[in-house]
Design a protein around this ligand. Structure first.
Ligand code: NAD
Length: 724
């Protein structure tokens, strides 16, 4: 290999070398084999021609600076190929080290996003200038993919910022900073407003520093804030595992632990040894199952979902300009805010002008908070609010090209409000309902243009929750589906698409998680252990507290309706053991959940949860009755996974990526699993292992754990859950 194919060498007469990252075969530069080879060639040349080189600027010809490791390669690493990854990693580290110890000033002119490997490349430069481009992000997000920065990112951030700041500001949360915030937090040295200024600042640094060294290569250098061998620092060390526990709640996320170990161990040894320590932890994480799960979900599946794998082809993309939001309660107010934030004009319609104004008040509160926290400017907040028009008059909805209905959950009322507005809005307006349980096909019967009617199921709180479940009714047309998809993307949310069915995907599946938790209380297991099992499995909300939030009357209402539908269709209703517990809680003890002031938990006068209700132990718990902790966790996880497979069988779900993303983003299925179907793929022993374990759970805890035919067949054929 004698030529660099992905890094261009441009040298001016003064001896200034600009290395332009420009992979000719990809839209972004990644750490692939071609880049590794090019880096070797370039490093050799820099050393050979050192005397004629005055300084080096590294920048990119792409929109982003450098995208980092190639995840397609990483997801394939196995324990057998781990050594290769280890060796390859050390090779890159050696090249970067040679560049930073060249004795000449090296500047990263960061012209776009520099995440992961991109930021690590910049860290090996003596000076970092970032272009303040909109949407440009800087940081080490590896932890969010179950990895650690293995290109020197741990070693250098620790030496740049000190262990505590490196861990808390960069490594453990994987925060992606805007260039300005990267500057405030010491990740870059300067920002530039324009591309010309970026290059000028890079050149100015080189002019002013003919010889440049990294701080850690200066004589007498010490890691900022001290190292674990310093007694004062050592006294604070125990705080880190506590931070970790807070971050992971005891769930099986190996990356934060690996990062902590690499940072602390690496701080006590020389730079080169620290690099080897980092490489060892990196490879261990990359070869493990969790990083594969997380890369699959948070990179590949998310990309498939957001890029429209499920959007009907051939329908021209369209943007919504003016949306009618009907109902300004909890959901309507949040939907109005999210639409206005994306630049869409919103007419917020309520039963009275006061109620509509109150709904807009929600946006006013969110805007004031965002301004106070410096997340937006007053001007931008004012512009957002000016886009929301509260009203009680249907005539104000004239010209709206989309309607999102969020009135009470009542079919007759929903029919009535659509009738009221259908002839007022634009003649081809998209008609959406935010129902969480009512069949879309039935709701569509209330409008003239049934093919334009579709379900848009938002999650609460709308401004924070990234998912929208799009529900296609029997008569929904492709045009409406494509437009609904575009609308969800327009407001920067992630759309999954499902076919109409009771509870759709998310509401139906989360019900199994809750039922399983409640059933365990009914069996006599300590309620605190049930909560602990959910937390340690990685669920963001404990199961009984979630039941209280949703209210215990809700599953009763859904059960009654579903039971009626099943029996009307000639089926038999299979009782779930959770039902008797919920009935007793409501009928015998009058405990309906948080909004009623009492549920599985007690609540203070301010509505705050105080403790698990002691009556649970008195009325349900069988002292000393235990089942294996692993069974408790897997009963929750399996109940959701098995029903997701049934939803695939029934054709409600049509894509694996939708199931994985919907489960994590919509209903809190633990992220370390990679989503509800990836959990099955990644289970010990693969699909056959999962089937065997499901049968074991069915024998112990009930037929509801019997694996569905689709799962058994896939296991027998040696397949896994993947989109074509
Ligand atoms: P909510 O009770 O907070 O708000 C409903 C609002 O609709 C009320 O403010 C009411 O005044 C208004 N309304 C009633 N009749 C109206 C009319 N004719 N015209 C205009 N406004 C009218 O309810 P919510 O929690 O916001 O739920 C709204 C819808 O969203 C329901 O269908 C619900 O199932 C669904 N949903 C709720 C959640 C959730 O977590 N709360 C999540 C997803 C979907």
């Amino acid at each position: 290999m004698t030529e660099s194919t992905t890094i261009r060498w441009e040298q001016d007469r003064s001896g200034l070398v600009t290395l332009v990252l420009d992979d000719p075969h990809q839209s972004a530069n990644t750490m692939n084999q071609a880049f590794r080879d090019s880096l070797a060639v370039i490093t050799d040349r820099l050393e050979a021609e050192k005397d004629s080189v005055r300084g080096v600027i590294i920048t990119s010809a792409k929109k982003t600076f450098f995208a980092g490791g190639d995840l397609r390669d990483l997801i394939r690493v196995t324990p057998d190929t781990a050594q290769q990854l280890f060796d390859g990693g050390l090779e890159i580290k050696r090249h970067l080290r040679r560049i930073e110890t060249l004795g000449k000033p090296v500047v990263a002119a960061i012209n776009g996003a520099a995440l992961g490997g991109g930021f690590e490349l910049a860290l090996a430069c003596h000076h970092r200038v970032a272009l303040d481009a909109p949407g440009s992000k800087i940081g080490c997000p590896e932890v969010t993919l179950g990895l650690l920065p293995g290109g020197g990112g741990v070693v250098r951030t620790v030496r740049l910022l000190g262990i505590a700041d490196a861990l808390l500001k960069v490594l453990l949360q994987g925060t992606q900073y805007s260039p300005r915030r990267a500057l405030d937090n010491g990740l870059v040295h300067e920002v530039a407003a324009t591309h010309d200024e970026l290059m000028a600042k890079a050149r100015a640094f080189i002019d002013a520093h003919p010889e440049s060294r990294q701080p850690w290569d200066e004589p007498g250098y010490r890691i900022p804030g001290g190292t674990p061998s310093n007694p004062k620092f050592a006294a604070n060390l125990p705080a880190f595992p506590a931070t970790l526990r807070k971050q992971t709640a005891g769930a099986p996320y190996p990356a934060p632990r690996g990062i902590l170990a690499a940072a602390v161990e690496g701080a006590q040894v020389d730079f080169e040894t620290a690099q080897v320590i980092e490489a060892r932890y990196f490879v261990e994480l990359a070869a493990g199952q969790t990083s594969k799960n997380m890369i699959q979900a948070f990179f590949f599946d998310l990309q498939a979902v957001n890029s429209g794998a499920n959007r009907p082809k051939g329908v021209e993309p369209r943007q919504v300009r003016k949306v009618a939001v009907l109902g300004a309660g909890m959901m309507g107010a949040g939907i109005a805010y999210s639409c206005a934030r994306a630049g869409i004009d919103v007419v917020l319609k309520e039963v009275s002008a006061e109620a509509a104004a109150k709904g807009k008040g929600y946006s006013e509160k969110l805007c004031a908070k965002a301004v106070a926290k410096g997340r937006t400017t007053q001007d931008k907040a004012d512009a957002l609010l000016a886009r929301i028009t509260p009203t009680a008059d249907p005539a104000d909805l004239a010209g709206c090209d989309a309607v999102i209905e969020a009135v009470f959950e009542d079919t007759a009322l929903k029919h009535k409000v659509f009738q009221e507005v259908e002839s007022v809005v634009a003649p081809d307006a998209l008609l959406c309902s935010n129902t969480s349980t009512l069949p879309i096909t039935t709701l569509a019967e209330g409008v003239e243009r049934q093919s334009d009617f579709i379900g848009l199921h938002f999650f609460s709180p709308v401004d924070k929750m990234p998912l929208v479940e799009i529900i296609k009714g029997e008569r929904t047309g492709d045009e409406a589906l494509a437009r609904a998809f575009d609308l969800v993307r327009q407001i920067n949310k992630t759309p999954i698409v499902v076919n109409d069915s009771r509870g759709f995907f998310t509401s139906r599946v989360i019900g199994h998680f809750i039922n399983e938790g409640v059933a365990m209380v009914g069996e006599g297991i300590e309620p605190a252990s049930v909560e602990q099992a959910a937390a340690q499995a990685g669920y963001p909300a404990k199961v009984l507290s979630l039941m209280d939030e949703l209210t215990l009357t809700l599953p009763r209402k859904i059960r009654a309706e579903t039971r009626r539908a099943v029996e009307e269709a000639g089926g038999t209703w299979e009782e779930h053991p959770a039902e008797a517990v919920i009935d007793r809680m409501v009928d015998e003890f009058g405990r309906t959940g948080r909004s009623g002031g009492a549920g599985f938990y007690d609540y203070g006068p301010d509505g705050r949860r105080t403790r698990l209700w002691p009556g649970l132990r008195e009325h349900f718990t069988r002292p000393g009755h235990r089942i294996p902790f692993e069974d408790m966790q897997e009963r929750m996880l399996f109940s959701e996974a098995l029903d997701t497979v049934r939803l695939l069988e029934e054709g409600v779900l049509t894509s694996v990526a939708d199931a994985n993303i919907g489960s994590i983003f919509g209903i809190g299925f633990p992220g370390w699993t990679g989503g509800v179907l990836q959990y099955i793929n990644g289970y010990a022993g693969g699909l056959p292992g999962f089937v065997a374990r499901a049968r074991e759970l069915a024998d112990r805890y009930g037929a509801r754990f019997t694996p569905p035919a689709l799962l058994v067949e896939k296991a027998e054929r040696g397949e896994r859950f993947a989109d074509a």
